[in-house]
Design a protein. Structure first.
Length: 566
């Protein structure tokens, strides 16, 4: 009931208000435009801590970041001056060098040289050398042979020039040599032989040679094709109208391909030799070389494999082939290096090469191509105790058409030699030991043993079975320099032909040429950087041994002189 009374009371009130609203006059009307929104305004109170508020204040909005663990650090070092070599400065070069001397046996010597100083583009040197011995006859005492006039005179000069381009170097050489000797190998005290004049036994070889080369500056650059090219020509003639022309053209090339050096060589040799006018002999011929190879290596090993192929042409055309194999293994830090070479090839026995081997040959010797199908050399070498080095090894080689010197039986005096050819097999052993301490001290010794096996000859003529060399040099504070050379030459065998008066047949006699020791000692005193004095003694052991039958060497000889550098 109470609830109903409340409802009726609310409804009555609403109706009363509505009626009252419509009953008001227009001047008192009210227009409602929206709903009622109650709002509470802030009450301004006096703060307990009054402060002045600036209407232009700016609120700061701080930002925050996480710093990295590594703090940036910058350091710029001071500039260092360029390093300079103080302990080993570059030596000052001298443009001119002069050496003058004189010795017993009336032996003058002279050497003059002019060269360029340091340059990045070109180098040159011009030189001239002269040495002679005008000593009279070699006399060996009572009832011993007195040989003919043994004087010699060697002189010559030349020039070398090289110009460096951007990637290649051009080289030029020209030279002249004159070698005068005498056929003194006879007993000049015999009746009828004492009237022979030295002009009658004189021989004089003269040689002119020129060469031109063109090669890469960096010979083992793996990024490009490397080439070495040269052409050489010489003209040789003697007092008896014998002459020889020699031409040699060669081109070597190599290139890195897939980790290997692939290369080879192409060459042509041509020789024209005309003997003296009395016989009218002439020999023409030469060789064409084709030598391909491939090479590979790392830090401790290096191997090369290839072939040496040649075509020889003279009276007949022949084909030659030989291996070209080389191997190196650094077994232990340069202390033990094992090596082996198996090579060979063909070469020409020219008149120039034969007269340099024995200057007492006749002017109409036969010349031929020689063939070496095998040349084996193997051994072990290295360094130990910092300054010591060693080399031990051996090998074997076989040569067809090996040139041997024999007495010319057509000359009654027996003082001329000719050339004969035979095959030769040679086994060899060698040992080398040395010590080096910069430019202060050097000592080296080498011993060789040969096992000779000729094809048809009774002996390998004029070839020793043993030889040895001992060399030493000591530099005392670059003021005194001492040099010693000791040579040992083992027994040799020479053919000697004697005429049987009954049968008029020449019989062969094998003559043993005794072993010999040759001792040479030299000393130099450097007064200053421009002037020095020297003295040189040769064959101080006093052995007058025969290198060739009936040709003894000179005895003790001493020379002294001065050198100038400016």
């Amino acid at each position: 009931m109470k609830m109903s009374a409340r409802i009726y009371t609310a409804a009555f009130t609403l109706l009363f208000l509505a009626a009252n609203a419509f009953s008001q006059t227009p001047s008192d009307s009210v227009t409602i435009t929206g709903g009622y929104v109650p709002e509470l305004r802030a009450v301004e109170k006096i703060a307990t801590r009054p402060e002045v508020v600036d209407t232009f204040s700016k609120k700061l909005k701080p930002t925050y970041d996480i710093r990295p663990r590594i703090v940036d650090f910058y350091y710029i070092p001071d500039t260092l001056s360029a390093a300079r070599m103080k302990t080993e400065p570059l030596k000052k070069l001298r443009r001119f060098y002069v050496k003058l001397g004189f010795g017993n046996y009336l032996s003058p010597l002279a050497e003059v040289r002019m060269n360029s100083l340091r340059s990045k583009q070109f180098q040159y040197d011009v030189y001239y050398k002269y040495f002679a011995s005008y000593g009279k006859k070699l006399f060996f005492g009572k009832n011993k042979p007195q040989y003919g006039y043994p004087g010699i005179q060697d002189h010559g000069g030349g020039a070398n020039f090289s110009y460096m381009l951007k990637t290649h170097t051009l080289g030029v050489h020209a030279g002249y040599q004159s070698n005068q000797t005498h056929f003194y190998g006879y007993d000049a005290s015999q009746p009828g032989l004492d009237t022979i004049d030295k002009k009658d036994i004189r021989q004089n070889y003269q040689k002119i040679d020129i060469a031109l080369s063109f090669k890469n500056n960096r010979l083992w650059d793996s990024t490009r094709l490397i080439t070495e090219n040269y052409i050489r020509y010489y003209y040789l003639f003697d007092r008896y109208k014998a002459s020889e022309h020699g031409l040699d053209i060669r081109s070597d090339w190599r290139k890195m391909v897939a980790g290997f050096f692939v290369g080879g060589a192409l060459g042509v040799e041509y020789y024209s030799y005309r003997a003296d006018t009395a016989t009218g002999r002439s020999f023409r011929g030469g060789l064409v070389h084709i030598d391909p190879y491939i090479r590979a290596g790392k830090r401790i090993w290096d191997v090369q494999a290839g072939l040496n192929i040649a075509f020889g042409y003279d009276t007949l055309t022949k084909f030659y082939i030989a291996p070209n194999i080389r191997a190196r293994v650094n077994a232990w830090k340069e202390h033990v290096v094992v090596y082996a070479d198996l090579t060979g090839g063909a070469y020409r026995n020219t008149f120039d090469a034969l007269r340099r081997g024995n200057p007492f040959i006749v002017s109409h010797v036969p010349v031929r191509n020689a063939y070496k199908p095998i040349d084996l050399l193997a051994g072990i070498r290295g360094k130990f105790a910092k300054n010591f080095y060693y080399n031990l090894g051996g090998g074997y080689e076989k040569v067809f058409n090996k040139a041997f010197y024999m007495t010319d039986t057509t000359r009654a005096l027996g003082n001329y030699f000719t050339v004969a050819y035979d095959d030769l097999g040679t086994g060899k052993l060698f040992a080398e030991l040395g010590y080096e301490r910069g430019e202060v001290l050097r000592v080296g010794m080498r011993v060789n043993a040969y096992f000779l096996d000729p094809g048809n000859f009774a002996k390998a003529w004029y070839m020793p079975q043993y030889d040895a060399t001992l060399s030493a040099m000591y530099n005392l504070r670059d003021k005194f320099i001492f040099k010693v050379d000791l040579f040992y030459l083992g027994d040799q065998f020479a053919p000697k032909y004697t005429l049987d008066p009954n049968t008029m047949v020449r019989n062969l006699e094998v003559v043993r040429l005794r072993n010999a020791i040759d001792l040479n000692i030299g000393a130099e005193y450097r007064y200053n950087k421009l002037l020095s004095f020297f003295i040189q003694g040769n064959n101080l052991a006093g052995f007058r041994y025969n290198r060739w039958l009936q040709y003894p060497t000179q005895g003790v000889s001493v020379q002294g002189g001065i050198t100038l550098s400016f």
